[in-house]
Design a protein around this ligand. Structure first.
Ligand code: UDP
Ligand code: MG
Length: 310
């Protein structure tokens, strides 16, 4: 018997949970018909909802033994909810899935086959369209993923959703990443393993509203960059270094021209001010290099993740 755990983060989702539960009941029935030897557990993570989300989950848990839940004392955010779900899952395979049906349950069988039969460690999904999303949001989201891809050492895929299935081994690797400021999409890339990408067209929420305002998404984007890239700090060193050099040259030229009575004292003063200003930026940049190393140390990430050994 294999166990498949499905982790479902929920925050104020009373409107969609019934749709989700019904849809999953159907999907899991099809799943069971195809793979009768796979047990299933659904772990709902109530992320400090203030509506009837928890009581709905409890009512399902009472009548359906596949349903388990974790309920937070307050809203900790989706990243924390996913972590809690993974930590409480026991499955040989672990899936994470949004409750709003934007992650199509019908893909589940294909995802399962990728890891259970085709030998992948993970099957992830990405949406190839952003239909139904405000155009500004799509525009900035695209720019964000492009930027991330450039400045991060690990791969971040455009349109990637959190919807994915992982083997136990990969789930444990994700759990071993104790990042407090979590950016799970980056973590998936960081831990490595072989991932199959499945694509689908964007689907709008069945009911309720997105929990992400543009502002939240911006913060999330900045968090992602800070968590997985030290490029912004390196930029400071470069800017500081180049400006110091240029202003030093300018000072020398201004002094020479002053001696020759071509320029007066003013350019020299400006040059000196600019020089000390840029030396300051440079010094901050150097200090931040040490800070970035210390920052990575405090994350306490594993030094490596082994996939096989004798
Ligand atoms: N979610 C959560 N905690 C939060 C915000 C969202 O657990 O603080 C859950 C939410 O219930 C949903 C999933 O994360 O299952 C995705 O949220 P949403 O649909 O609002 O985001 P979007 O699909 O618009 O990116
Ligand atoms: Mg959604």
């Amino acid at each position: 018997m294999k166990l498949l755990s499905i982790v479902i983060p929920c925050f104020n989702e009373e409107e969609v949970i019934p749709f989700y539960y019904d849809e999953m009941t159907k999907t899991l029935k099809d799943f069971k018909e195809k793979y009768p030897d796979v047990e299933i557990e659904m772990i709902y993570v109530d992320d400090g909802s203030r509506d009837r989300t928890l009581s709905l989950i409890k009512s399902y848990a009472e009548k359906d033994e596949r349903v388990r839940y974790v309920s937070f004392s307050r809203n900790f955010g989706k990243e924390a909810a996913l972590y809690a779900g993974f930590e409480n899952s026991k499955g040989d395979y672990v899936v994470c899935m949004d409750v709003d049906l934007q992650d199509p349950p019908a893909l589940l069988i294909e995802m399962y086959e990728a890891v259970a039969i085709e030998g992948y460690d993970s099957a992830a999904t990405r949406r190839v369209t952003r239909k139904g999303e405000p155009p500004i949001r799509s525009f900035f989201a695209r720019r964000f993923y492009r930027l991330m891809d450039k400045i991060c050492t690990t791969e971040v895929v455009d349109g990637a959703r959190d919807y994915r299935i992982m083997t136990r081994q990969m789930t444990d690797a994700v759990l071993s990443m104790g990042d407090y400021n979590r950016f799970t999409k980056g973590i998936y890339g960081w831990v490595g393993f072989k991932t199959k990408w499945l694509e689908f067209e964007n689907i709008e929420r069945v009911a309720g509203e997105t929990k992400w305002s543009f502002w939240n998404l911006l913060i999330y984007a900045i968090e992602g960059i800070i968590a997985f890239s030290t490029v912004p700090l390196e930029i400071i060193v470069w800017i500081g270094g180049v400006l110091s050099f240029l202003s030093a040259v300018f000072c020398i030229v201004a002094l020479v021209l002053l001696q020759m009575n071509v320029w007066d004292m003013m350019p020299v003063i400006i040059g000196v001010i600019a020089f000390f200003g840029s030396v300051n930026i440079f010094a901050v940049g150097i200090a931040s290099q040490y800070l970035s190393k210390a920052y990575l140390e405090t994350k306490n990430r594993p030094l490596y993740i082994a996939k096989e050994k004798t």
